[in-house]
Every structure is written in structure tokens, then in C-alpha cells.
Design a protein around this ligand. Structure first.
Ligand SMILES: Cc1cc2nc3c(=O)[nH]c(=O)nc-3n(C[C@H](O)[C@H](O)[C@H](O)COP(=O)(O)O)c2cc1C
Length: 205
């Protein structure tokens, strides 16, 4: 069992170009239902998944394409031009993905001020912190389940720059957007970006 799981976890890549091929509804349903077994803080499960295809998906793609101008300066600080070009593929029409999943949590943004004590700050942020972490576990489950079904995905937060417009388009105005996930059959198999070494600290005494 571990070897299979390891294959799925290490073989998953962010896919930014997709085939023009619909995902059969039962396949998508199975991916989503399986992913919903993610853990959640206090078992609240207060997440929501919106599945978008057809005209709404096209309208969403237009909004997301507008975020390139915000994302490019961030990418330029980190990556060479070639990598930036590859990253931007998914901001253009979702790289051709036929369907897009959006993961939401209830919108409740805490007010924090610099004079708060550590405890007050923790208390104020506790709910949102747990909700976003739980939704992130759900997102990762979606990516892994999709990959195991031969589907590609790309976890996107760049489009947060136009969250207000996205939420209006989808009728999700009282929700906070955690991730946008284009999903479809991959038309590329990108190399794995290397993982950073020395990020684990072992303490035994
Ligand atoms: C929280 C989060 C936000 C991300 N946002 C974007 C994004 O907006 N656009 C994008 O192309 N990739 C995005 N990614 C994908 C990362 O670039 C990708 O996971 C990383 O480069 C490692 O590549 P891999 O997923 O193929 O292993 C995001 C990933 C995470 C976890």
C-alpha cells in the first residue's frame, strides 16, 4: 500500500496544459467524494467545493487571465523567464482544462491589531487558521485522487487578486476562496521541480 501511495504522491505534478477532453461525471464525483475524507479541525468540515464547467468556466477563465499582471512581478523576483512562461500557461484559459474546482470556506476575516497579546492574536485567528488548513488538506486530497485517476490539476492561488469578481460571478459572496483547481486530462508531463534539502530537524534528547 505504501509503495502505491508513494507513487501517487511523488508522481503528481502541477499541470498547466490539458487535452480537449471532458472528464466523465462519475470519475469527477469519485475524486471529490474520496477527497472529502480529508481531516478537518474539530471535524467541522466547513468547506465547500464548486465545480465549474461550460459558459461559467469560460467567464471565470477571463477573470483569472486578468491576474497575470499581478502575478508576473512576483514570479520575476524568483524565476527565470522560461519558468515564468511555463507558469503563466495555466492563467490563459486554464491551460484548456474543461473543468475547474474551487474550494471555499466561510468568510470570517479576523480583525487583528499590533497591540494584541500573542494569546489574543491566536484566539482571533484560530477559526480562520483551522478552516484554511482543513481546506488545504481537502485540496491536497483532490490533487492526489485526481492524479491516481489519470487526471492533472494545478493548485492556484494567484487568482485571489480578483477574488471579489470571481465570487460575484459564482454567487459565493459570503465565502473565502482557498484554491482554484483546473482539472482535466494532462497534455504535458513536466519534470519534477527538485525539493529543498535540510528541512527536517530530528530531535531526540
Ligand atoms: C498554495 C499554493 C498556491 C499555488 N498557486 C499557484 C498558482 O497560482 N499558479 C500556478 O501556476 N501554480 C501554483 N501552485 C503550484 C506550485 O507552483 C507547484 O506546486 C510547485 O511549483 C511544485 O511543483 P509540483 O506541484 O509539480 O510538484 C501553487 C501551489 C500551492 C501549494
Amino acid at each position: 500500500m505504501f509503495d502505491e501511495l508513494k507513487k501517487v504522491m511523488t508522481g503528481r505534478r502541477s499541470i498547466r496544459k490539458y487535452l480537449d477532453r471532458e472528464i466523465p461525471r462519475p470519475v469527477l464525483e469519485e475524486v471529490i467524494e474520496t477527497a472529502l475524507w480529508a481531516p478537518s479541525g474539530m471535524n467541522r468540515q466547513d468547506w465547500e467545493i464548486v465545480v465549474v464547467s461550460g459558459k461559467k468556466r469560460d467567464d471565470l477563465a477571463h477573470l483569472v487571465a486578468k491576474t497575470k499582471k499581478h502575478v508576473v512581478p512576483l514570479l520575476e523576483k524568483l524565476f527565470p523567464e522560461k519558468i515564468i512562461k511555463i507558469s503563466l500557461q495555466v492563467f490563459e484559459n486554464f491551460g484548456g482544462a474543461p473543468t475547474v474546482l474551487l474550494v471555499y470556506v466561510p468568510r470570517e476575516i479576523p480583525r487583528v491589531d499590533p497591540d494584541m497579546s500573542e494569546m489574543e492574536l491566536y484566539h482571533a485567528e484560530f477559526k480562520r487558521f483551522n478552516r484554511i488548513l482543513s481546506a488545504s488538506a481537502l485540496v491536497q486530497n483532490i490533487l492526489l485522487a485526481a492524479h491516481a485517476k489519470g487526471l492533472g490539476t494545478c493548485w492556484m492561488t494567484g487568482p485571489k487578486y480578483v477574488e471579489k469578481e470571481i465570487n460575484q460571478l459564482l454567487g459565493m459572496e459570503d465565502k473565502e476562496l482557498v484554491a482554484i483547481i483546473p482539472i482535466g486530462y494532462p497534455s504535458q508531463s513536466p519534470p519534477a521541480p527538485p525539493r529543498k534539502p535540510n528541512v527536517v530537524k530530528w530531535l531526540s534528547e
